[in-house]
Design a protein around this ligand. Structure first.
Ligand SMILES: [Cu+2]
Length: 184
């Protein structure tokens, strides 16, 4: 039986998409898993995409890549947060250290993020950066990094396994809720 024309068209598009993913995936998720370098595609601006997903072995939420490099200049970050929605009344939810003091959550800009959904933060004290990552969201923020160096980042949210959550599990294992950003 001959497949309808629309089926062939859809299959063709799918085949192209799969091919594009096969090419793109090793770039987005290098085989080392924890180290990556941002790509600069338009002059001074570079792009760094982070994902928070559950580690297949431990089951803990994990930033990936945890250790990465960016060139000096303007960097546009995204955080794809696959963790669940969580309320955190004690959240230091003011966005700091980004261009215009805002981050966007699913396309909407916030200078203070509602405490009703805070899964993790991405914080670099040495650069005055604090960004909040709600569960099941896409966060974007822009940052101007002017000084070369290696900066420690970490999550301030009590997402650990100890009572209180500020230690244990992903909060105590390097490469989950902490890592380094190297500016070169
Ligand atoms: Cu966290």
């Amino acid at each position: 039986m001959k497949a309808p024309a629309y089926y062939n068209a859809v299959a063709g598009v799918l085949a192209i998409d799969v091919l594009a993913m096969l090419v793109a995936l090793p770039v987005a998720f290098p085989s080392t898993g924890s180290t990556a370098t941002a790509t600069s595609t338009s002059g001074q601006t570079s792009y760094m995409n982070l994902t928070i997903a559950f580690n297949a072995t431990t089951g803990w939420p994990q930033y990936s890549p945890a250790n990465f490099s960016v060139p000096q200049g303007r960097v546009v970050f995204t955080i794809t947060d696959q963790d669940s929605v969580a309320n955190w009344t004690g959240c230091p939810c003011t966005v700091q250290g980004t261009v215009n003091g805002v981050e966007t959550i699913n396309g909407t800009p916030y200078s203070t993020v509602p405490t009703s959904n805070v899964a993790h933060t991405f914080s670099i004290p040495a650069l005055g950066l604090n960004v909040v990552s709600p569960g099941l969201s896409l966060v974007s923020f822009t940052m101007d990094v002017t000084k070369a160096g290696t900066y420690s980042w970490f999550c301030m949210d009590p997402c650990g396994t100890d009572p209180g959550g500020f230690s244990g599990g992903p909060m105590s294992a390097p490469g989950y809720m902490s890592g380094t950003m190297t500016v070169s």
